[in-house]
Ligand binder design. Sequence first.
Ligand SMILES: [Fe+2]
Ligand SMILES: [Fe+2]
Length: 257
Amino acid sequence: MRAILVGDVVGGVGMRALLAALPGLRETHRPDVVIVNAENAAAGAGTSPRQARDLLDAGVDVLTGGNHTLQKPEIYPMLETEPRMLRPANIAVRAPGRGLTTVETAAGPVSVVNVMGSVFLTAAQSPFAVIDDLVAEARRAATFVFVDVHAEATSEKIALGHHLAGRVTAVVGTHTHVQTADARLLEGGTAYLTDLGMTGPHDSVIGVRKEIVLRRFLGSTPGRFEPADGGVLVQGAVVDAGDDGRATAISTFSLEG
Ligand SMILES: [Fe+2]
Ligand SMILES: [Fe+2]
């Protein structure tokens, strides 16, 4: 089986780039499942119901989230009712929605787990406190299990990768918006990548207009963050796995949008 995983979609430019790239990605890779992190689709902060629907209508199988997912309350009803849309399982004590789902694909059922890091991010619990139960539940439902670990610290993601090695098909990181060059297979056939990168404007500071961020770092007028629009890339990874759910290959892509 083959999966395509796409890194954080940022703003309208990221949405347009991904929707335009999807047919080509499908043609090239023939994936059985497409998993997209959509936490920044709504101008960097959350996902609107319309955007979530557009992505699902375009054939995305599962949307994952992150620390921004609960920022737009209008998404709460969809988080409750749409099983293909996740938010981190450990984001808050009482959050709408779910952090684990299973979808049917041509290659059989695929489970997706979404957790967030607790180093430099405010999570209700450490991902290590919740991940074993989530993965056990995911494995009861599917042979193929993908984990989106939405976290800032490379160490936390790598540690989670080793913790899950041999128990899931892949552990991929999101949130930093910078694609890492450490795609590898861990012991027991678990594909690992610290960060998928960003689907959005790279002529920016992780998606935000660079002038605004620079003003903030230089200590002058604080400006409201606005998404940038230049240097658009679609970034993510392709994971292959055998019938036993163990990964056999992982490679990254970074396509001009
Ligand atoms: Fe993000
Ligand atoms: Fe994030």
